[in-house]
Design a protein around this ligand. Structure first.
Ligand SMILES: *[C@@H]1O[C@H](CO)[C@@H](O)[C@H](O)[C@H]1NC(C)=O
Ligand SMILES: *[C@@H]1O[C@H](CO)[C@@H](O)[C@H](O)[C@H]1NC(C)=O
Ligand SMILES: *[C@@H]1O[C@H](CO)[C@@H](O)[C@H](O)[C@H]1NC(C)=O
Ligand SMILES: *[C@@H]1O[C@H](CO)[C@@H](O)[C@H](O)[C@H]1NC(C)=O
Ligand SMILES: [Zn+2]
Length: 488
């Protein structure tokens, strides 16, 4: 750990003079745009406002577009103020709230969803071009049901009582597991979603146990002062390429940190018998980019998405910035909001948030030859490459598409899970300020956002029995990327 820190300091000094080596494409450098793919938002505003909202913008496509076009006061709070409590001790209760899958075939659907959202009766979770997952608030179930009946829009109730699902999602470990934890020297199990303390304890344990290959470094602090811990796995060969992997940018996407820590465990515990591809890469993992939000989802509001830094509006204070709209490549464009109360609030400026700033500063100042950046989110099962900011792709998008498809096929061969591959803006909708765009803008060749399972059966509230299968198939996808990177 000591050595690494000193090396980092040294390299910081060195990179000042030769950063061009690793940052061949400075942020902001224009790449040719490709506008040939038709976007949903090309249509008239009423039908397009809601359209897709799958992953990049799972929460509020409608509010988002209002915000882009409307005056500040018409903006709708994308959060759930009816349910959300301001007291940190109390838990937000989702009893009676439901998740519905709504087909978008009926031409009325978008207008209806738009109006219900404006009245704050529903929020949107995810979906794709043909269906949308919506959260119907408990006090609105009857009225919203009536509206859909009247409009003859078929719905499928996917989750009858959201709070019940939340209660069942992450049960305590059985005594045998706890006993095992104590003998192992760390608490991670992949049979449960763990708190930040367990994840960080696990990382420190690996650094202590495998000091020759594993080191841990805090690259900064979150708004509330939690460490942003990066774990590196490397055998130190100077020819190694580097891969950066993060998770937990969005607080409620619990499967993401669980999956990233699974990779760490696999590589660190089995390094000697791992493939040459894995050994020929310097791996950097930041499993919890947004520890404040993550802790908040465990303690107060299971569906919290943003970080926890407050922002003032003209009339009130709202909490949190969407870190995946705060990165500095084409920051402030489509699919982000300037309203601090929005779920997709982009922050007051690019990298205004300590978490996104620490991540980008680390990558920029590192002398590691980062060749891939992968950020894990949920849900929807997508392998997305840039650009997100608009309907455009980088010049080498065919390489990204080809690699993405090979990763998807390795995932599918594991247990049949189907991932769709495409550019964020083309497959879903534009969303600017994403970390994957920024990484690509830095010249990192392979940049992906991976939306993990599922496709909406459980959505964000994915039971713990999914952790191992999802992580295992994701590891098989990652191995394909490692093989590609290692052979460059
Ligand atoms: C633009 O995208 C289309 C379809 O995605 C593709 O066929 C075409 O080759 C692309 N053009 C450029 C210049 O990349
Ligand atoms: C959209 O999602 C539904 C279920 O979540 C799935 O059945 C359907 O095939 C998906 N459609 C597209 C176009 O991906
Ligand atoms: C449901 O509809 C009734 C009658 O129109 C109305 O009084 C009530 O406020 C509505 N409830 C909600 C939560 O909007
Ligand atoms: C970094 O990796 C690329 C391949 O992705 C290689 O072409 C380049 O020479 C490497 N740069 C350094 C400084 O090792
Ligand atoms: Zn996300």
């Amino acid at each position: 750990m000591e050595t690494w820190s000193r090396t980092v300091v040294l390299l910081l000094v060195i990179t000042v003079t030769c950063s061009a080596l690793i940052n061949e494409l400075p942020p902001g450098k224009e790449w040719p745009a490709n506008n040939s793919v038709k976007q949903p938002f090309d249509d008239d505003p009423e039908t397009t406002t809601i359209l897709i909202l799958s992953e990049k913008e799972p929460s509020n496509p409608i509010a988002e577009h209002l915000e882009v076009e409307g005056p500040e006061e018409t903006i709708i709070d994308a959060s759930l103020p009816v349910l959300r409590s301001t007291s940190p001790e109390s838990r937000v209760d989702y009893t009676g709230a439901q998740i519905w899958k709504v087909s978008t075939q009926n031409t009325n659907v978008r207008g209806v969803i738009y109006r219900l959202r404006r009245r704050n009766l529903i929020s949107t979770w995810g979906g794709n071009q043909s269906s949308i997952d919506i959260l119907v608030k408990s006090n609105a179930v009857n009225n919203v049901t009536r509206v859909f009946k009247r409009e003859r829009i078929p719905i499928e109730v996917v989750i009858e009582d959201l709070q019940q699902r939340i209660n069942e999602e992450n049960p305590p470990l059985d005594p045998n597991e706890v006993e095992l934890q104590n003998r192992r020297g760390h608490r991670m199990t992949w049979k449960q979603y763990h708190r930040v303390e367990d994840i960080h304890g696990f990382m420190d344990y690996l650094a202590k146990t495998y000091p020759k290959i594993v080191s841990v470094n805090s690259i900064g602090k979150s708004y509330e002062g939690r460490d942003l811990k990066v774990l590196r796995i490397s055998d130190g060969k100077p020819t190694n390429k580097a891969v950066f992997i993060d998770g937990g940018i969005h607080a409620r996407e619990w499967i993401s940190p669980a999956t990233v820590t699974y990779f760490i465990n696999q590589f660190a515990e089995n390094f000697d018998v791992e493939t040459d591809d894995i050994k020929n890469i310097d791996w950097y993992f930041l499993p919890v980019v947004n520890p404040d939000g993550y802790e908040h989802t465990h303690q107060s509001d299971r569906l919290w998405r943003k970080n926890k830094k407050p922002s003032r509006t003209t009339s009130r204070t709202c909490i949190g910035t969407d870190l995946n709209r705060n990165f500095g490549y084409r920051w402030g464009g489509k699919g982000s909001s300037g309203n601090p109360c929005s779920e997709i609030y982009r922050g007051s400026s690019a990298f205004s948030e300590p978490e996104s700033k620490a991540l980008s500063d680390f990558i920029k100042s590192s002398s590691a030859n980062f060749t891939a950046y992968i950020t894990y989110h949920s849900y929807g099962q997508y392998l997305l490459y840039p650009w997100g900011y608009d309907n455009a792709v980088p010049p080498d998008y065919k390489d990204l598409d080809e690699l993405g498809n090979r990763m998807a096929s390795a995932i599918r061969q594991t247990r049949g899970s189907s991932y769709q591959v495409g550019s964020s803006s083309g497959l879903l909708y534009p969303a600017s300020g994403g970390s994957d765009d920024w990484a690509k803008g830095q010249g990192i060749r392979y940049s992906f956002t991976i939306e993990l399972s599922d496709t909406g059966r459980y959505g964000f509230i994915l039971p713990t029995s999914f952790i191992e299968p999802v992580a295992r198939e994701s590891l098989n996808g990652l191995r394909v990327l490692a093989a590609q990177v290692a052979k460059l």
